[in-house]
Design a protein around this ligand. Structure first.
Ligand code: LM2
Ligand code: CA
Length: 532
């Protein structure tokens, strides 16, 4: 037996989609207790406010920036934002990552969420006394719409034309002056204590221009109670697709800036998880072990793990946006081949796998509930499906977001027992990047350990995505002891106690598991009952 060790780098992020700053601040104690490392928050800058007959305050209004002011977004005020960032990091060691929209600005004209008027390609970016920092006509590419219905779309079209059906004014990021204003926005956030960014629509900006923007970012705050000196911001860039036959390749965005890796969102991972966990007739879970997921002979085609941010689903593809697509007429397949909370227990297991498997930096999705309503229609003789409620925003009164209430309009997947419990599993497996003691039934039951280079086991998981119980003794390689089953019970890292079932490992590393249908069981060296 060896002594329990402090968890290594906390690499799990949770996306608290559309949460208000005050609610996030309140959530940070829970996030800390489970070992979450960071939160991705919704765009904090001023955004369009959209209210039409058919779409009242859609979630996507926040993907239309009106200014770079943080005064009042749908999630709250500047003061609340600063309080959240400070409290989450200083009191709970949880970082804040901001979803940053820098490829484009809001379409049409109107008044932003903080009262700033915009229109005719004029945007007043900061509330300076002279109001001089603006984007105006010359700061945008001339209008053109990306046509995805051609065999090959050029890089020029992808990066210089306007996205979202040509509705979003595309910034001329080749101009240093434009980049300078974007850098100022980033630095205003970094100087408040923000530790990282999701770069929205990164594929639509030239990688070299992004490189120069990232190089202009400040180091993280390093005064007392903040981060250690010379730390660079975390950056993960939203790139959908970008395979070898495309003009803009995902690998263009995988580079380092001042020694820090700039990561990318690996959308194919979510598809590979979704198709198997949902049992879409595309192989079984055993394939992960049989074909050496993600690098082996099955041609999984995923990017280098060190650059990958992975997720079962995100705010776009869980509702059919962002290349989410549909595969069957079954309502359950909505959200594309990816899985989302509508899949219930299947979704739970998919997340257990993501948090157990050694690939990428995991991001857990935390959604609000919306009444999915899928219709079928014909487009040029092709059967298509669409969720006509895909625009619906979070629980709100006249566009003012309500407080979070988990289970009541807010799904809070990140609190689901198995998902929350597996965060610790991920943390304690960071130094154990190998798979060992693996087993599968050639179907949808798998088990494996996470091992160090010297063959020590840190953690062991059993996933049973079948209709019958899995009662079996496995060789886990773990030190002798009693462990909390972190998928069933809640582990108290401070008191070293567990509210649920436990698993005992004997002196030769053997453990008997009883895993009911459609559940998992997982143990790790960070969650022993008493000392090991
Ligand atoms: C993203 N990544 O590249 C975001 O993850 C995604 O959520 C954003 O689209 C998109 N890029 C732009 O930031 C969402 C949403 C779109 C929506 C846009 C802008 O998926 O449907 O487009 O935000 O709010 C909407 C309308 C669209 C209209 C457009 C401009 O749905 O019909 O196009 O606004 O008015 C004319
Ligand atoms: Ca662009």
């Amino acid at each position: 037996a060896f002594a329990m060790q402090a968890p290594p780098a906390k690499d799990v992020t949770v996306h608290l989609f559309e949460w208000k700053w005050t609610d996030i601040q309140n959530e940070c104690a829970f996030l800390e207790s489970k070992g979450y490392g960071a939160i991705q928050v919704s765009p904090p800058n001023e955004h369009a406010v959209i209210n039409t007959n058919t779409e009242q305050y859609p979630w996507w209004q926040r993907y239309q920036p009106v200014s770079y002011e943080l005064g009042r977004s749908r999630s709250g005020t500047l003061g609340e934002f600063q309080q959240m960032v400070t409290t989450c990091w200083q009191d709970h060691g949880v970082k804040v990552y901001v979803d940053a929209i820098i490829n484009h600005m809001a379409g049409d004209s109107g008044i932003g969420s903080n009262g700033t008027p915009f229109g005719n390609l004029n945007y007043r970016l900061f509330d300076d006394s002279d109001g001089a920092v603006v984007f105006s006509q010359n700061d945008f590419h001339p209008w053109c719409e990306i046509n995805w219905n051609q065999p090959f779309v050029s890089a020029d079209e992808i990066q210089n034309c306007w996205i979202a059906e040509g509705g979003l004014p595309d910034l001329a990021t080749e101009n240093e002056d434009v980049r300078g204003k974007i850098i100022r926005y980033f630095n205003s956030l970094i100087d408040m204590g923000v530790a990282g960014f999701r770069i929205d629509a990164a594929k639509h900006v030239k990688a070299s221009e992004l490189d120069s923007i990232y190089s202009g970012m400040h180091d993280l705050r390093s005064e007392a109670n903040w981060f250690s000196a010379n730390q660079r911001p975390v950056v993960y860039q939203e790139v959908i697709g970008g395979g070898p036959n495309e003009a803009v390749g995902i690998d263009e965005f995988m580079f380092t800036v001042k020694g820090k890796r700039m990561q990318v969102t690996e959308f194919s991972y979510g598809k590979r998880i979704g198709e198997k966990f949902r049992d879409d007739g595309n192989g079984t879970l055993a394939d992960y072990l049989l074909y050496d997921f993600p690098i082996g002979s099955a041609g999984w085609g995923l990017v280098d793990s060190a650059y990958a941010v992975v997720f079962t689903d995100n705010h776009d593809n869980q509702r059919g946006h962002g290349n989410g697509y549909w595969t069957s007429t079954d309502n359950n397949s909505i959200g594309g081949i990816v899985t989302n909370y509508y899949d219930g227990g299947v979704y739970n297991l998919a997340n257990v796998f993501m948090l157990a498997w050694p690939y990428g930096s995991p991001k857990v999705m935390s959604s609000y509930d919306w009444p999915r309503n899928v219709i079928e229609y014909n487009e040029n003789g092709q059967l298509k499906r669409k969720d006509i409620n895909d625009w619906m925003g979070p629980p709100a009164n006249d566009g003012a977001t309500q407080d979070v209430a988990c289970g009541n309009g807010w799904v809070c997947e990140h609190q689901w027992h198995a998902i929350a419990g597996m965060v610790g599993f991920n943390n304690y497996s960071q130094d154990a990047w190998n798979i060992g003691h693996s087993w599968h039934n050639d179907g949808n039951q798998i088990a494996f350990a996470r091992q160090t280079d010297t063959g020590e086991s840190r953690a062991f998981v059993v996933i049973n995505r079948e209709g019958s119980a899995l009662n079996q003794t496995f060789s886990t390689g773990l030190p002798e002891g009693n462990y909390c089953d972190v998928t069933q019970g809640s582990y108290d890292f401070v008191g070293q106690s567990c509210t649920g079932a436990s698993v005992s490992v004997d002196g030769s590393g053997l453990a008997a598991f009883n895993v009911p249908p459609m559940t998992a069981s997982a143990i790790h060296v960070g969650a022993p009952i008493g000392s090991l």
